[in-house]
Design a protein around this ligand. Structure first.
Ligand code: ZN
Length: 164
């Protein structure tokens, strides 16, 4: 394996993408913001880079605490956009860590995403975003009813890039 194939190298985020996610998170307050990430590296061992963030309206019944990608827009993007690699959403008032519901909802996406980002307003008075990145990984889970594949989230490092 050469260095560029190392699955543990950081996820690369273009600075404009990061800034757009931050601005959208603040604009959506007090509700959760959500959207999808476009980029490269939607394979187990490929390096991942995120080049675009596409906001999607949040149509959860309780948008202060949950998110749901607006179904029509999500379907449209799924059919028209190449390079969908991940999901972003915000936690306006809790830590940027996946909730039980986030993990339950993730199963419905069936391994479509490689990465999962959660942001929280940093509370510094500026539009700073505290961001956590996760890799989506399928693993086999065994219970009394048998073995099934579940999508799990593993914390992963990321880097914000000023170039390219
Ligand atoms: Zn969440």
């Amino acid at each position: 394996m050469n260095k560029s194939e190392n699955p543990f190298r950081p996820i690369l985020l273009c600075r404009p993408v990061f800034e757009q996610m931050a601005a959208y998170t603040y604009a959506a307050l007090p509700q959760e913001a959500c959207g999808i990430l476009i980029g490269q590296g939607n394979h187990q061992n490929a390096p991942i880079s995120v080049s675009e963030f596409i906001p999607v309206p949040n149509t959860a019944e309780d948008p202060l605490h949950h998110f749901r990608l607006e179904p029509a827009e999500w379907t449209r993007l799924l059919l028209s956009k190449r390079g969908i690699i991940g999901l972003f959403h915000s936690h306006p008032s809790s830590h940027p860590e996946p909730s039980r519901k986030d993990l339950a909802d993730l199963q419905a996406f069936g391994g479509l995403f490689s990465i999962y980002l959660i942001g929280t307003p940093a509370g510094t008075g500026t539009e700073e975003l505290k961001l956590n990145a996760y890799r989506v990984e399928a693993r086999m889970d065994k219970d009394e009813r048998g073995v099934k594949k579940i999508q799990s989230l593993l914390p992963h490092t990321f880097e914000i890039r000023d170039d390219g």
